[in-house]
Ligand binder design. Structure first.
Ligand code: MSP
Length: 662
């Protein structure tokens, strides 16, 4: 029998800068959904990618002194690494600079033109470059872009227009008659209708002539396809529409769901369906507009400076912990405020205390009392029924939430059962049963019940924390069929072969961790970097010739004085398990002292006698009361198990102390 298909997409991200935790949010959610549907037996197509054209990218590349293609190649490589690190299981990755996509976009544009849905006119209005959007005077807020709050520029150009206005009635019909669940959550439907459709849809300007980094209009040289037409088309070109690179259009289109951030719901629920109507193609079944992760004080934004780096967070807390936190902490449709404290609290309470404890207590008791397998001679008694019933009903409740994309609700259901099982341990007191040989049958039933609950919960947690579930299943020693979705429906007389336990989610010392993060922030501040929680200066206040954020000029780089120095002595900083104090011979004769947060990875004897690279003109700063006159360079990476790894940059011993590095 042919498998049912499920096609899910994320927005394609602008590779204008490194991605932050807000971007990871949507990709993790889509990944969870894709894994869930695969687990259910669907033939899944999970697409993500990058939206690489437009004036902003062209400007950034220019400022960086590279071609736009070089600029995006570099950032896209980082984005792909991030998805790999975060265990994202996308089936395809589309780049709008891929040849096949560009050719398809040209065909789509021409097709719309031939059908009379694109026509030539002239545009006069306000343009926001970072958002690549035109606005009318009345749409501006305080004269600025209504989406991002930045300055807009007066523009007039000859341009092509898409007859968006023609589709208003058909869109309304689709929303209210044909597919009432098209826009989720429902509040976004009201927003689209009241803010955009009812006031009257205007035709959309779909070509540009003021820059060149984009897909050229084949029949009118000098015109570039509007970046949103280029970008939205990705959802079909990636399946082979208009090209022969892929051949899955018939199989997967229409998409089951597009996950998008709330601010781009408008493009996905108005412009995109209208384009598809004009092309005579089926419409996506659903668009889910999720909320934003905010920092206290505002939105996280690549262009605002208050970014939280998912690579750092995965390194400190593990990929699964971060994945879990993102979907457990915030209802998917609403905004939420991100904080390190909330993250640590959530890991400690749910993963370390509830799930981690349940697994480690159960497994160590099973091992202690029965070795590996649980004897078949089991005395079940009626109080077990309520627990078993709750576990056997869990999959239904979980599924009901997952089908609504209510990830938080699905996790709450699983953790209710986990909490109930922990309570069951306290109620049944297996340690007391273990003392009485006559209670062996009862003890076997209790531990079997607990193992089954762990197994069922783990199956349902697979999409969220796949690596940890794999470890749990290994520890349980169950065969593959017992780890399948079908087996999450009932207690299955599963055979266990309990293995060595390993602490899955170590408890994080909140106080120490926050101190460490604060210290990292102090180091960044000392190094002149923007603290994560503060906003960068608004663009308007920056000097005119300043490079875009994330890019420095050669003159900026020359400001950093890097020299070679030898570590002559080294000792831990008192009352800190992270910091080392290094005495350095920097060739000046007087030496200098540097405090470095590398004790977790290096002992003093690993460093004494070695030559290192020092940032010599850093403003001195006190760390834990000890003066630090510079910073040594080290590479920061993430090991396959998600742990952070730091390697100091050592220099060849033949290089004299004080040599400068350019
Ligand atoms: N390139 C367009 C999308 C084209 S899709 C055909 C784009 N790119 S983006 O990189 O600016 O944003 C991509 C997605 O990231 C958007 O859905 C946006 O809402 C999401 N997020 C960016 N910052 C976010 C948060 N702080 N929180 C949650 N999501 C956020 O728009």
């Amino acid at each position: 029998m042919k498998k049912k298909t499920f096609y899910i997409t994320t927005p394609i991200y602008y590779p204008s800068d490194k991605l932050h935790i807000g971007h990871s949010y949507c990709t993790v959610a889509a990944d969870v959904m894709a894994r869930y549907k695969r687990m259910q037996g669907f033939d899944v197509m999970f697409l993500t990618g990058t939206d690489e054209h437009g004036q902003k990218i062209e400007d950034k590349a220019k400022a960086a002194g590279v071609t736009p293609q070089q600029y995006v190649d570099n950032i896209v490589a980082g984005i792909k690494d991030l998805w790999k690190l975060m265990n994202i299981s996308n089936d395809r990755f589309i780049r709008t600079t891929d040849d096949y996509h560009q050719q398809s976009v040209q065909k789509i544009f021409k097709e719309l033109y031939d059908r009379g849905d694109i026509y030539k006119g002239s545009y006069k209005g306000k343009y926001c470059t970072p958002c690549e959007s035109f606005w009318t005077e009345s749409q501006l807020i305080d004269g600025k872009c209504p989406d991002c709050g930045r300055e807009v520029a007066e523009t007039e150009e000859e341009a092509y227009f898409f007859r968006l206005s023609k589709y208003a009635d058909r869109l309304m019909h689709y929303y209210y008659e044909e597919n009432p669940h098209f826009i989720e959550p429902q509040s976004r439907l009201n927003e689209m209708v009241n803010n955009f459709i009812r006031p009257g849809l205007e035709d959309l300007c779909v070509s540009r002539t003021t820059f060149t980094w984009g897909v050229p209009v084949t029949f009118d040289p000098g015109h570039i396809v509007y970046v949103w037409v280029d970008a939205l088309s990705n959802y079909i070109t990636a399946l082979g529409y208009g090209n022969s690179r892929y051949h899955d259009f018939e199989k997967y289109w229409p998409a089951d769901v597009h996950f998008v951030g709330k601010e781009i719901t408008r493009f996905h629920t108005i412009v995109w369906p209208a384009m598809l109507m004009a092309l005579d193609l089926p419409l996506p079944k659903r668009v889910f507009g999720h909320g934003w992760l905010l920092l206290e004080g505002g939105k996280m934004s690549k262009s605002k400076g208050n970014v939280v780096d998912p690579v750092v967070l995965c390194g400190r807390y593990g990929v699964d912990s971060l994945r879990y936190f993102l979907l457990r902490e915030f209802p998917f449709g609403s905004d939420g405020v991100f904080s390190n404290e909330a993250l640590i609290n959530r890991i400690n309470s749910d993963l370390a205390n509830d799930l981690g404890n349940l697994v480690s207590r159960t497994l160590s008791m099973a091992k202690k009392y029965f070795g590996q397998a649980i004897p078949q001679d089991r005395d079940f008694i009626s109080p077990d029924d309520q627990l078993i019933h709750m576990a056997e009903e869990l999959r239904g409740r979980y599924e009901e939430a997952m089908e609504r994309y209510a990830f938080q609700d699905a996790l709450v259901e699983v953790f209710k059962v986990v909490a109930r099982a922990n309570k069951y341990i306290d109620e049944t007191a297996p340690w007391a049963l273990g003392k009485d040989p006559a209670q062996a049958g009862r003890l076997a039933a209790v531990l079997y019940n607990l193992l089954e609950i762990i197994r069922i919960s783990a199956i349902l947690l697979t999409p969220f924390i796949p690596d940890s579930v794999e470890k749990i299943m290994r520890q349980l020693g169950v065969d593959e069929s017992a780890a399948k979705y079908e087996s999450a429906l009932y207690f299955a007389n599963t055979e266990y072969c309990v293995n060595k336990t390993e602490n899955l989610f170590p408890r994080i010392d909140m106080k120490k961790e926050l101190e460490l993060l604060e210290q990292k922030q102090a180091e960044q501040e000392a190094a002149g970097a923007q603290p994560a929680a503060k906003q960068a200066k608004p663009k308007a206040e920056q000097p005119k010739d300043a490079a875009p954020e994330g890019i420095i000029t050669i003159d900026d780089f020359k400001k950093v004085k890097l020299i070679v120095a030898k570590v002559t002595a080294c000792e831990p900083v008192p009352k800190s398990d992270k910091l080392l104090r290094l005495s350095l011979d920097d060739g000046t004769g007087t030496g200098r002292q540097v405090v470095s947060g590398i004790h977790q990875w290096y002992q003093p004897e690993d460093l004494v006698g070695k030559k290192v690279v020092v940032v010599a003109n850093l403003r001195p700063a006190k760390l834990r009361g000890v003066m630090s006159e510079g910073m040594i360079l080290a590479a920061d990476s993430v090991k396959p198990d998600g742990a952070e790894d730091v390697r100091v940059v050592f220099m060849d011993d033949s290089i004299p102390c004080g040599s400068s590095i350019h």
